[in-house]
Each structure stands twice: as C-alpha cells, then as structure tokens.
Design a binder for this molecule. Structure first.
Ligand code: SF4
Length: 275
C-alpha cells in the first residue's frame, strides 16, 4: 500500500497497488464524488502503468427515481476517459415498483434500495467481468466507491481499504477501496472544475447530492427543494404512499413535502442533507 495524495491539498487515502488487479471497477452514480474519484483513479492508474482497458465504470441504474440524464452522464463521463461503461438495473423493476411490491419505503434500518438496486447489481457485473477473463485462478478485482468521511457519521468510521467479504467467492477476490474518503467537498469540486468534465445540472439547481431525487435519508429542506424541481416524480411518490398506506419517511410524508413545496413560490434553501 502506498499513499495516494491529492496534490492540491495534500490529503489522501492509502492506495493499493493497482497493477495487481485484473479489473478495477469504478462505481459511479454520475454524482460529484463519483466524478472526482473517477478522475483520481484514472490518474493513479496511468501513473502506475495500468492499461485503461482494465478500468470499468459501473452505474447502477435506478430508473424513474434518478434525476433525468443521470445514466447518460455517467456513460459520457466514462467515455471522456476512454473507459468501458456498464449499466445494470434490477430486472424485476425500478425502486418505485419495488416499494409498491414490499408495501413500504426503505429506511435507514431497511436499506433494500442500496442492497438490491446498487450492491446486488454491482455483484452481477463482477460475475460477468470475471467470467470474461476465463482464468484458472481466482480473479482479483478492486471495487472502488466515492464515499467521503465528511458526508455522514457512518461514513466517517469507514476504512479506506478492506476485503469485500460479501463479494468475494471462489472465483474472485474483491477488495473495496474508497480513494477519496479523506477529501472535502471543496476538493471534490476543485478537481471537477480542473478536469472540465461535465457535472449534473441538479447541483446547479442547489441539490447537494445526486442519486435518487428523493432519498429516504435526506433532510426535509432537500426533499422540498427536489419536489420543486421534479413535481411530476413527487406526485408519483404521493400516489404510491396512498396506494400502500405507508409514508416516505417516518416523520414526513411525501404529501406533506409536496404541500410545502407548492406553498413556497421561491426555491427553498437547503439546510443540511441528512434527515
Ligand atoms: S439515494 Fe437514498 S433512497 Fe436512493 S438508493 Fe441511496 S439511500 Fe436509497
């Protein structure tokens, strides 16, 4: 392990030896952290002499619940670095279909949105990539994610490098690496602006994060702002609440959030992200 230092700020996380992996998978929501991580990994891989054909950008496609153009942007970002792009959606239906089938919204205690729509689909990609190699030995895969300590108390406790025991099996050894774990938001945006690679317009509309337009973990102000920006999708959530008899968050229904969004003529200011 050597130190991957952000040359702008001096901060960084321990970096694994990128030359020892058969595949380096870069998980991308197309959001700012994924984007900065993508640039950082390509830079480190180039420096280490790793062929870019070993790098794959993966987008877990969440369907209707994502901001418009998200999957296309993730693909465009990969293309600008000359990287392979893969997108997989849960075949049984998107997150709204899944919520309807379960009769409940996900929550911090039941984050089936992440496990089934993101992690589960990423594991399918790992299976596909390892099969392509046709190796006699166990393949080595580095699975990279753009989490940052600054984002939440749970992420603050993360290790930058771990063996991903849930993804490892007889055919593949999977390490998980969080290369920008130590980066601050300002560093992320500085890197993005430096690259000139396009970012999602939802940020310019004031949203602090991408992924689902309405995240069950988001603060009320972030949800109200999103309801102002995508009222048709908010209305789908309200109708879903009515059909299943379960509210979007324990302390806030989407119906209340939409009512607040409609009562405010100007775009609401977002006060923090977490609920
Ligand atoms: S953004 Fe929020 S609601 Fe969407 S998958 Fe992630 S945790 Fe779940």
């Amino acid at each position: 392990m050597k130190k991957a230092i952000n040359t702008e700020t001096g901060s960084g996380a321990a970096a694994p030896d990128l030359t020892t992996y058969d595949w380096i998978v870069i998980n991308s929501s197309a959001g700012k952290d994924s984007q900065a991580m993508l640039d950082e990994i390509v830079k480190l891989a180039d420096e280490a002499g790793v062929d870019r054909s070993k790098l794959v950008v993966f987008h877990a496609d969440l369907g209707r619940v994502e901001w418009d153009g998200t999957a296309e942007l993730a693909e465009r970002q990969a293309e600008l670095y000359g990287l392979r792009f893969e997108k997989i959606a849960r075949p049984q239906g998107d997150l709204l279909d899944h919520i309807e089938a379960r009769g409940m919204f996900p929550s911090s205690a039941a984050r089936y949105c992440t496990s089934d729509h993101k992690r589960g689909q990423a594991h399918k990609l790992l299976t596909k990539l390892v099969r392509e190699l046709g190796l006699e030995r166990q393949a080595r895969v580095l699975n990279c994610m753009g989490l940052r300590r600054e984002e939440s108390p749970a992420r603050a406790k993360k290790d930058a490098f771990t063996v991903d025991k849930r993804a490892t099996n007889g055919r593949r050894h999977v390490d998980e690496w969080l290369p920008i774990l130590e980066w601050l938001e300002g560093e992320v945006w500085a890197r993005i602006h430096e690259t000139g690679v396009p970012h999602h317009p939802a940020y310019d509309a004031g949203m602090p994060r991408l992924s689902c337009c309405f995240c069950v973990m988001a603060s009320r102000s972030a949800l109200v702002r999103a309801a102002q920006l995508v009222p048709e999708l908010a209305a789908e959530y309200v109708a879903l609440e009515e059909r299943i008899g379960h509210t979007f968050q324990a302390k806030a229904s989407m119906a209340e959030i939409v009512a607040e969004a409609e009562a405010t003529t100007e775009l609401i200011q977002i006060e923090g992200w977490a609920a």
